[in-house]
Design a protein around this ligand. Structure first.
Ligand SMILES: NC(=O)c1ccc[n+]([C@@H]2O[C@H](COP(=O)([O-])OP(=O)(O)OC[C@H]3O[C@@H](n4cnc5c(N)ncnc54)[C@H](O)[C@@H]3O)[C@@H](O)[C@H]2O)c1
Length: 434
């Protein structure tokens, strides 16, 4: 039976470790963050991801999933090693690959027999080939090895469900042996008739960037439409519904909002654009998508400042700091530029998020106040601003919100409410593109 190691216990690594152990493989997961491993060993997931802790507990109880801070234990015990470490952006958009190569270097230090190394992290074209060459030099005369790239497409907030039933599995290799091994590992997905795409390293790497750039483009597109709807008095939600009916367009990722964010779309579009800009082959569509997204953040702030004569001293409750509902992840959240700009303009902000408030406190400290719930966030404010699409924000007790606010004003940047209902209750209701 194949044994699996996973390097990196973040959203992707932990989900991979939990998912593969649920498929019945013995998995050892390791991370350089010792506190994370300590918490996982106690059965606690150190970030919010619905259902993950429960799945993890089941695998741990069955003895199929263990965690260790000692990478050598994980590496030595495994036949297949998944690398799922972070590949963050540098300020110029390029990808920081130092964690990836540190992980690969650690693997090479502890390998004495043939293993398959699978790159799950999102990496620029050519990286898997570089990993292969790096390992080739390090392991020359020690042992043989195989390399594959297997980009991940899960969405935070539904990570486990996406892992268990992905739209597709992409495997990039330059040989057939890794394919057979990965087909065995992913047998339950083959039985579920998930489409598998086998290709070379570069194509697999490009698939991930192309997918995320396309999704970013859809979001930026509908947000751009939302801005011009304001100008002509059209309704962006109706437009999204109507164009989404066309199977060539499709309804997903056409929800207008305050701009895309998160750990993937901003980083991957920036990386994609930077990579080809550097190589003299710019991607004008992707460059425009990034600018259009920044424009949406500014537009949201503009909507607020247009409403009040001056923002200086205006008190606002902000609902949501996570980049989307269902996660505690605040990486590149649209809330960050929006809150920063509002603070610069002199507003006094009280923030509430069901899961990301600790992260928000770390970021803004004393510059903002923090509330225990939506109603405390609304108390005594000149208005309430919905930034994140948490399900609970969709079900607010609007009478309580109205009573709590000192001025009945709602900026609904996620289009969670109906204008007519809010206006009937005496609210000033401001959305984008409606
Ligand atoms: N988060 C997502 O929704 C998502 C989806 C698809 C793909 N991805 C990609 O997957 C990769 C991981 O993303 P993430 O969100 O899970 O990141 P993350 O930051 O949540 O987790 C990365 C983990 O790797 C650990 N790490 C760093 N160096 C290490 C090393 N040398 N050995 C062992 N562990 C190490 C870190 O301590 C951290 O816990 C990235 O390339 C990302 O672009 C992410």
């Amino acid at each position: 039976m194949d044994k699996v190691a996973v390097l990196g216990a973040g959203y992707v690594g932990l989900t991979t470790a939990v998912g593969l152990s649920a498929f019945g493989w013995p998995v050892v997961c390791t991370d350089v963050d010792k506190e994370k491993i300590e918490s996982l060993n106690k059965g606690q997931v150190p970030f919010f991801e619905p259902g993950l802790e429960e799945w993890m507990a089941q695998s741990m109880q069955k003895g199929l999933l263990t965690f260790t801070p000692d990478a050598s234990i994980a590496i030595r015990s495994a036949d297949v090693i998944f690398v799922a470490v972070g590949t963050p952006s540098l300020s110029d958009g390029s990808v920081e690959l130092s964690d990836l190569f540190a992980a690969v270097s650690t693997i090479s230090e502890h390998m004495t027999e043939d293993k398959l190394i699978v790159i799950k992290s999102t990496v620029p074209p050519g990286t898997t080939q570089r990993v292969k060459e790096f390992l080739g030099e390090r392991l020359a005369g020690i042992c043989s090895f195989e390399v594959a790239t297997n980009p991940e497409f899960l969405r935070e907030g539904s990570a486990i469900a996406d892992f268990m039933r992905p739209d597709r599995v992409v495997i990039g290799t330059d040989r057939s042996a890794p394919i057979e091994r990965l087909q065995r590992i992913y047998q339950p997905l083959i039985e579920r008739e998930v489409p598998f795409i086998y290709t070379n390293f570069q194509t697999a790497e490009m698939i991930k960037y192309s997918a995320n750039s396309f999704l970013a483009m859809k979001v930026a597109f509908i947000n751009e439409i939302s801005r011009v709807c304001d100008l002509v008095g059209a309704d962006v939600l109706t437009i999204a519904r109507a164009i989404g009916q066309d199977p060539r367009i499709g309804p997903a990722y056409l929800q207008p909002g305050p701009g895309y964010g998160g750990s993937c779309l901003p980083k991957d579009t920036a990386a994609f654009a930077h990579f080809f800009r550097e190589r003299g082959m710019p991607l004008p569509i992707i460059e425009a998508v990034m600018e259009s997204n920044r424009m949406q953040h500014r537009y949201a702030v503009q909507k607020i400042s247009d409403y009040y004569n001056t923002l200086d001293g205006i008190k606002l409750g902000v609902l949501g700091t996570a980049f989307k509902g269902g996660t505690s992840d605040m990486r590149q959240s649209p809330a960050i530029p929006i809150i920063n700009q509002l603070l610069q303009l002199g507003t006094e902000l009280t923030l509430y998020d069901p899961q990301a408030l600790d992260e928000a406190r770390q970021l803004w400290g004393d510059a903002c106040l923090y509330a225990e719930d939506e109603y405390e966030a609304a108390a005594g404010q000149d208005g309430i601003v919905i930034v994140t699409d948490w399900p609970s924000f969709r079900q607010l007790d609007l009478d309580r919100v109205a009573q709590a606010l000192s001025r009945k004003v709602m900026f609904d940047f996620r289009s969670l409410y109906q204008r007519a209902k809010l206006e009937q209750m005496g609210f000033d209701y401001i959305a984008i593109g409606r």
